[in-house]
Design a protein around this ligand. Structure first.
Ligand code: AMP
Length: 629
């Protein structure tokens, strides 16, 4: 099929297009309207239709391939590997669903999942989907304050967690962080369900904390029928960083998401039921939701959940998994590939990778060197794809399942079906011509699978993401981009104060707020600085209250470590700045706005830009001096 025609149809006749796509999933009750866009920018897909994500991911396949692998949970941290067939997965999900019901979880209730990459995390997500509870998975690398703000926003009735995660063989206790978060939060969950892997001792709160294995033992034969949900009921909330310190709860629906995943599995990932998909992300991120848990299963594929580092026990570990489980489609992030490129190539070459058909990379810009290197090593297409937590599936890529159009180095590809992507001039709102830099926007309605709203705050959804130009309502991605004459886009970085560290999105405001809580910090600026491996690294510039503490090299180092410790404890090591520099002043505009971009430019050895608006030009020299010392 010709991709240009396929795409055009999705834009010119979206209702017909998505009506056809909706046949990829099972509906218990057919929808009465494909799209209701009577209240823009809120789009309702498949109105009146009843379906269920868990049914489509699990039960549906039990009928035809119940004994085939569904979930393969591999941990090189605990040296365990367990394969669950679709039938076994359904049994575990039904047990978990019964446990949740026993703990009082009902349809529409929120369940917060704070877990390492273990099978029970997938059981819990699917169990929520089964009974119509709304899960909110919080990345295990986040710490107490991050967790507390998400608990207060989602107000979960239940938290599912574990004794500990593990990294490089070292247990990372989760329970103390969770207890601290619940103590900080005002919305206290009624219950905490805890998987105990025996990695770290746990204290338990009587009446609140429940042991997973013990409760499971009482529900071994549980049968929990699927709760059919109206397509627009919420399926989950996933928090993501923005320009303010308060994370946004990206809320997704049920039917639109299932259809979008089924389509993207077919057209982007060329899925075949019975084959194996391996996404190396974490369930705490959107890739984990879409392409570890739901997407592959909805397509009838086995999915691999991997707990561990890409280089332990050796840098060949991922490739040994590909060989052993005959992985056909793999999904990772450029940072991981850059890390692997630094390792001796023998580790990769010793495995038989003939099953692999393509490698998909997303989350951050894919540089040409990395792309070329991995393409040469693997001998399969490397397919970049650009999207966001908000959209749930690729905005830009190459849909090889529709037509084998060539990829272009440095470009994530062309607009994906359903997305009316435009580039707008930042100041005038006019559409950009070829090779002209603009803001990447999507004209409404957003296609199925994209966020419905910001959880609990429709106004924030409208105010944050939407603007109107020439009577057209557009969604901003907050990314700069250019498009060449053939429609290939190139992403040039964020327009806002969000940074990208190893494919993880972090808000500089959140990190600044955390650092400011140190008693000796009066002001701080955090910027993202280009990094060869991890795309960006967070770097902080702080003004201290008591300068005597930074009079010596030892004093400076000690304070820097303390500040990093504060970020570790509050937000988690994922948000820790790589350096904290101390400066007497920070560059600001006359109206007092921090000039983060000028600081970033200096850090990257570029010109600080137009300095007419700056209050105190000497502050930039102080940044330079701090970097040199
Ligand atoms: P997240 O919501 O955490 O997935 O982050 C989304 C952001 O990551 C986007 O807005 C981009 O800034 C960046 N991003 C994601 N995928 C790509 C890609 N393939 N190329 C360049 N940047 C990307």
């Amino acid at each position: 099929m010709n991709y240009a025609d396929f795409y055009r149809r999705s834009i010119d006749a979206p209702e017909q297009f998505w009506d056809d796509e909706a046949a990829l999933i099972d509906w218990n009750t057919p929808y009465t309207q494909v799209l209701d866009y009577s209240h823009p920018p809120f789009a309702k897909w498949f109105v009146g239709g009843q379906t269920n994500l868990c049914h489509n991911a699990v039960d549906r396949w039990c009928a035809t391939q119940g004994d085939k692998p569904a979930l393969i949970a591999i941990s090189t941290e605990t040296n365990t590997e367990r394969t669950y067939s679709f039938n076994e997965l359904r049994a575990e999900v039904e047990r978990c669903a019964a446990m949740m019901l026993a703990l009082g979880v009902g349809r529409g209730d929120r369940v917060l999942i704070y877990m390492p990459m273990i099978a029970e995390a997938a059981f819990a997500m699917l169990a929520c989907a089964r009974i119509g509870a709304v899960h909110s998975v919080v990345f295990g690398g986040f710490a107490a304050n991050s967790l507390a703000s998400r608990i207060d926003d989602a107000k979960p009735v239940l938290v599912v967690s574990a004794d500990a995660g593990s990294r490089n063989g070292k247990a990372i206790p989760y329970k103390p962080l969770l207890d601290e978060a619940i103590a900080l939060a005002s919305a206290k969950p009624a219950h905490v369900l805890l998987v105990d892997r025996g990695l770290a001792a746990m204290s338990r709160v009587d009446g609140r904390d429940v042991d997973y294995a013990t409760l499971r033992a009482g529900h071994l034969d549980a049968r929990v029928p699927v709760t059919w949900l109206e397509s627009n009921e919420p399926s989950y909330i996933l928090y993501t960083s923005g320009t303010t310190g308060k994370p946004k709860g990206v809320q997704r629906d049920v039917g639109g998401y299932a259809v979008a995943l089924a389509s993207s599995m077919k057209y982007n990932f060329c899925a075949k039921a019975g084959e194996t998909f391996f996404a190396t992300s974490d369930i705490g991120w959107v890739v984990g939701h879409s392409y570890i848990v739901y997407g592959p299963l909805i397509a009838g594929m086995a999915t691999i959940m991997y707990e561990g580092l890409p280089i332990c026990p050796d840098p060949g570990i991922w490739w040994s998994i590909v060989a052993k489980h005959q992985v056909t489609r793999m999904f990772s992030a450029p940072t991981a590939i850059r890390v692997l490129r630094k390792q001796p190539p023998e580790f990769m070459r010793r495995h038989d990778l003939s099953s692999l058909r393509a490698l998909y990379l997303a989350g951050e810009p894919l540089d040409e060197t990395t792309s070329q290197w991995i393409a040469d090593e693997l001998g399969v297409p490397i397919i970049d794809n650009y999207w966001q937590t908000e959209t749930g599936w690729p905005i830009l890529s190459i849909a090889k399942g529709v037509e084998d159009v060539p990829t272009r180095l440095g470009s994530p590809g062309v607009a994906m079906y359903g997305y009316q992507v435009k580039l707008l001039n930042e100041s005038t709102g006019a559409e950009c011509g070829p090779n002209e830099k603009g803001v990447v926007v999507i004209e409404g309605p957003l296609p199925p699978g994209c966020m419905q709203t910001v959880y609990g705050d429709d106004q924030r959804f409208v105010d944050t993401y939407w603007s109107t130009f020439d009577g057209r309502t557009v969604y901003s991605t907050f990314d700069w981009g250019v498009r060449d004459a053939d429609g290939y886009y190139f992403i040039l970085g964020r327009t806002d104060d969000v940074i990208n560290v190893a494919g993880h999105r972090l808000g500089t405001r959140e990190i600044e707020e955390s650092i400011s809580s140190h008693p000796n910090v009066s002001e701080v600026a955090v910027v993202g600085v280009a990094d060869k491996i991890r795309t960006q690294q967070a770097v902080a510039f702080a003004i201290v209250k008591d300068a005597s503490r930074i009079a010596t090299e030892e004093g400076r180092s000690a304070l820097e470590r303390e500040i990093m410790g504060v970020v570790d404890r509050q937000l988690g090591p994922v948000a820790r700045p790589s350096r904290v520099y101390f400066v007497p002043t920070l560059p600001k505009t006359r109206s007092g706005k921090l000039l983060r971009r000028s600081i970033q430019a200096i850090c990257e050895g570029r010109s600080a830009g137009d300095l007419t608006a700056i209050e105190d030009p000497a502050s930039l020299q102080q940044i330079q001096r701090a970097l040199e010392n």
